[in-house]
Design a binder for this molecule. Structure first.
Ligand SMILES: *[C@@H]1O[C@H](CO)[C@@H](O)[C@H](O)[C@H]1NC(C)=O
Ligand SMILES: *[C@@H]1O[C@H](CO)[C@@H](O)[C@H](O)[C@H]1NC(C)=O
Ligand SMILES: *[C@@H]1O[C@H](CO)[C@@H](O)[C@H](O)[C@H]1NC(C)=O
Ligand SMILES: *[C@@H]1O[C@H](CO)[C@@H](O)[C@H](O)[C@H]1NC(C)=O
Ligand SMILES: *[C@@H]1O[C@H](CO)[C@@H](O)[C@H](O)[C@H]1NC(C)=O
Length: 476
């Protein structure tokens, strides 16, 4: 997942005279799939429970579906002992081969589906993960093979008499060039004709879903002063009316979902069903990541589940009553996800399996009945100086490597660490690394460097320097 797919709140507004889609898709199969909330089971941590224990935890929280980022045979075998519906993924690096060769698709299905199905209740095969969010030459080759790979996987499944598994691909909001107001929703020009048209044709023709990774946290947090937190958390009493359509919105998620519906409608596919492959809210993050806290995460996810399990389904303003299968992100806090602090804090469970906050996946428990959570102090942006220092307990060898990396990009970064210079003493790897991390971060943050250094660094508001040695800082 790259939540880096920020989409701007106020993008160009297309002049559109377009209609809006009112889909009434109360198909019983969809209802059954949508009535149980799913959970994303990511494994990018070095401290996570075994698949066996993790699956027990998924049962304990009463999720109805589990979505994997692979097709791990051990996990799939264990899942055969459960009633969970299962979603598996063709990894990005296999899309070109699967897309260009039916035999490769057949082999993928033979290896990753047939040994487990139907005992393991596989319902979705997702081809790739947010592949349109990357755009190197190699990635563009993946784009070109995306829909062919999806078609070939369907061919393989059908040839084996399997009609119950839908094929899709999860996309992030950055597939859109405009999303606000919702009626202005439109796909990026570089994608619309070459990728989105064939994709929509495929999804419509196979009665599958447009899988969307959608995070109100990101547009909200780009401007937490002017955007309303309660609107992002489904707790607002105020509404937003789309000036083009007159549709009335009560929360940010509905706006984002409808922008995709309008984008599909503009390409001639108003009826493709939506599913949410990822959504959630971070329970913690770096100092500059406003609003990442346990109370907001609990509020967002509890209200989301309530909304998505409502019976009859609520849908969105553009598609009232439509059920929307939804997967929450994520089961665990995953400590090996790179990037800023929020990336490692999307979980509802700690790595030891204890809950970070109470949550009820069935949506039956009143939100007001959960115990009180601590009031957060980071719902407004932090103002002040922040430093980036080495974590306690890191190995000296690893810190040394990170130190070399930090000092190697520009001679300026570590000039003060040279023998005889003001920051040379005390001569310890931890001191030198902390100086180098702070200096590097201050110098290159505007080129999107993070205070991360392979997990060896953390942000602090406590000035680590002294009279003699002044550490460079980032001023927020
Ligand atoms: C409902 O949808 C499923 C799968 O999307 C399809 O196979 C089935 O024919 C539909 N049923 C009805 C009654 O429309
Ligand atoms: C989408 O699928 C529906 C149902 O099969 C069909 O009636 C419709 O014509 C399709 N839309 C397009 C644009 O092909
Ligand atoms: C919304 O309205 C309810 C009931 O009138 C009130 O208790 C609550 O504080 C309001 N919420 C906000 C965010 O204004
Ligand atoms: C650092 O300084 C050395 C010696 O002056 C010079 O050769 C080198 O190119 C500089 N490196 C960078 C990254 O500026
Ligand atoms: C980034 O910040 C550094 C240090 O403040 C400054 O020297 C540099 O010019 C900036 N670079 C860009 C691309 O803004």
């Amino acid at each position: 997942m790259s939540h880096l797919a920020l989409f701007l709140f106020t993008l160009l507004v297309l002049s559109s005279s377009c209609c809006y889609a009112i889909g009434s898709q109360n198909n019983r199969t969809v209802l059954a799939l949508a009535s149980r909330i799913g959970i994303n089971y990511g494994k990018l941590g070095n401290n996570l429970p075994s698949p066996y224990q993790s699956i027990n935890l998924i049962k304990t929280i009463k999720a109805g579906h589990v979505k994997l980022y692979d097709a791990d045979p051990e996990t799939l075998k264990l899942l055969s002992k459960t009633n969970l519906y299962v979603t598996i993924m063709v990894p990005n690096d296999q899309i070109i081969s699967v897309g260009s060769d039916q035999a490769a698709a057949d082999k993928w299905v033979a290896t990753n589906v047939l040994p487990f199905y139907p005992q393991t209740r596989i319902r979705f095969v997702l081809v790739g993960n947010e592949v349109l969010s990357y755009s190197s030459d190699q990635d563009k080759q993946i784009w070109a093979n995306l829909v062919p790979a999806m078609r070939k996987v369907v061919n393989s499944l059908r040839a084996r008499g399997i009609h119950n598994i839908k094929v899709g691909t999860p996309l992030a909001m950055d597939a859109l060039r405009s999303s606000f107001p919702p009626s202005s929703g439109a796909f990026r020009e570089d994608l619309a004709v070459p990728v989105m048209l064939p994709l929509l044709k495929f999804l419509n023709g196979t009665n599958s879903f447009f899988f969307l990774d959608v995070y109100p946290y990101f547009p909200w947090s780009t401007d937490p002063v002017n955007n309303h937190l309660d609107y992002a958390l489904f707790e607002s009493n105020s509404t937003y009316t789309d000036p083009q359509t007159g549709l009335v919105y009560t929360n940010l998620l509905d706006q984002m979902l409808d922008s995709v519906i309008f984008a599909m409608t503009k390409l001639g596919y108003p009826d493709v069903r939506l599913a949410i492959s990822e959504t959630g809210w971070p329970n913690s993050g770096d100092i500059h990541e406003t609003g990442a806290n346990v109370l907001n995460a609990a509020t967002y996810n509890r209200n989301l589940i309530k909304k998505m399990t409502a019976n009859p389904p609520l849908g969105t303003p553009a598609r009232r009553g439509a059920p929307i299968p939804t997967f929450l992100f994520s089961l665990f806090n995953e400590n090996q996800k790179p990037g800023s602090g929020t990336e490692r804090h999307w979980g509802i469970l700690n790595p030891d399996g204890t809950p970070i906050y109470e949550i009820d996946f069935t949506g039956t428990r009143p939100v007001s009945s959960f115990g009180e959570l601590p009031k957060p102090d980071n719902n407004v942006p932090f103002k002040g100086n922040v430093w980036c220092v080495a974590i306690d307990g890191a190995s000296e060898a690893e810190l040394g490597q990170a130190l070399n990396f930090a000092c190697g990009r520009s001679n300026e970064t570590c000039a003060a660490l040279a023998p005889g210079k003001e920051c040379y003493a005390p001569v310890s790897v931890s001191w030198h690394a902390s100086y180098a991390f702070s200096s590097y971060w201050a110098q290159f943050r505007n080129q999107s460097s993070q205070c991360y250094f392979n997990g060896l660094a953390r942000e602090t508001t406590t000035n680590p320097g002294n009279e003699r040695c002044k550490f460079p800082s980032v001023t927020l």
